[in-house]
Design a protein. Structure first.
Ligand SMILES: [Zn+2]
Ligand SMILES: [Zn+2]
Length: 333
């Protein structure tokens, strides 16, 4: 008799615990499980050597195993043009056989790109931002906002005669007044927690010179509604857009290969996202509690979508979305 009572009691306790966990997910949402998971990535230094290429298909000589290669793999060695063509924040060479483009960073010397001839885009920014010298001693990064309370901020592209190449970690941390930021084409990296909790930030354009975004770079930016990430970006740190609760639309550029841990965690207004076919993994809880999600546009085939490695709970508590692939739709399963 006593034993039965004990079992019943245990069952009640277990049920209650489950209920509390689920309620917490709805009520407290983004504040559980966040913010404890980053090793500082120390990304102030501008370590971009400018060899970012978009030609993932490479120089294969016909050894195509055919798993999900819907796109054609060239059976030739690319022959890159000697001439470089300017494309705002970067430049490219073209293959004379297949017209594929190979992108790289401008190679400025005395404010002119030695390869394509582009003049360095001189932007005079908002006064009293703080700039610090990178370890290469050839460039600067934005290191802080000091006493600046301007709502609209423009970052300088040149400081003390040297290019400003990155936005340092926590540079605009907790800038609750900041509503818009203008990022010049000299910037190649946005650092760890650079815009942490910039809760009034509504306008953001990332130039196509940027190749990497650090962890939690835009976490808790609760006001911006849509964002387009340029094709130049090849890496985005974990939780970069976590808890961006007004974000309803995002387009990820063609250079990204993985959608990291908590990338869009608790973006509960997110309705549509465009994912390039270069993506091969979606990590743990990447879209956790994106409860408004209705449309995923995937720029590859259904076979390619199914081949993406997906971490556990990657789509926990998401909306009833459809995945639009190039050769048909897939319903949420
Ligand atoms: Zn080629
Ligand atoms: Zn150039």
């Amino acid at each position: 008799m006593k034993k039965k009572l004990l079992i019943a009691l245990l069952a009640i306790i277990a049920t209650l615990t489950c209920a509390i966990i689920f309620a917490a997910c709805d009520i407290f949402g983004g504040n559980i499980g966040n913010g404890n998971d980053n090793e500082t990535n120390g990304s102030n230094a501008n370590d971009n050597t400018g060899n970012n290429t978009d030609d993932s298909s490479g120089d294969k000589t016909g050894d195509n195993t055919g798993d999900n290669n819907a796109t054609t793999t060239p059976i030739h060695t690319h022959e890159w043009s000697l001439a470089y063509t300017e494309d705002s924040g970067r430049h490219y060479q073209t293959c004379s056989s297949c017209n594929e483009k190979k992108y790289s960073a401008h190679n400025y010397s005395n404010l002119v790109c030695e390869d394509c001839g582009k003049n360095f885009p001189v932007v005079v920014g908002t006064s009293s931002l703080k700039y610090s010298l990178n370890t290469d001693e050839k460039s600067y990064y934005v290191s802080g906002i000091e006493t600046n309370t301007a709502k609209n901020i423009t970052i300088s592209s040149l400081y003390e005669g040297l290019p400003v190449t990155s936005i340092g970690e926590q540079a605009f941390y907790n800038c609750a007044l900041l509503t818009s930021i203008t990022i010049p084409e000299s910037i190649t990296h946005i650092g760890y927690q650079a815009f942490y909790n910039c809760s009034s930030l509504t306008s953001l354009t990332i130039p196509n010179s940027v190749t990497s975004i650090g962890e939690e770079a835009f976490i808790y930016c609760t006001s911006f509604k849509s964002i387009t990430l340029p094709d130049s970006i090849t890496s985005i740190g974990d939780s970069a857009f976590s808890d961006c609760r007004s974000l309803s639309k995002i387009t990820i550029g063609n250079g990204v290969t993985s959608i990291g841990y908590h990338m869009f965690y608790w973006c509960n207004s997110l309705k549509s996202i465009t994912i390039p076919d270069s993506v091969t993994s979606i990590d743990y809880q990447a879209f956790y509690c994106c409860s408004s999600l209705t449309s995923i546009t995937f720029k590859g085939t259904k076979v390619q979508w199914n081949a993406i490695t997906k971490g556990s709970s990657w789509n926990f508590n998401t909306g009833t979305y459809t995945i639009h692939c190039t050769n048909g739709n897939i319903a949420k399963s």
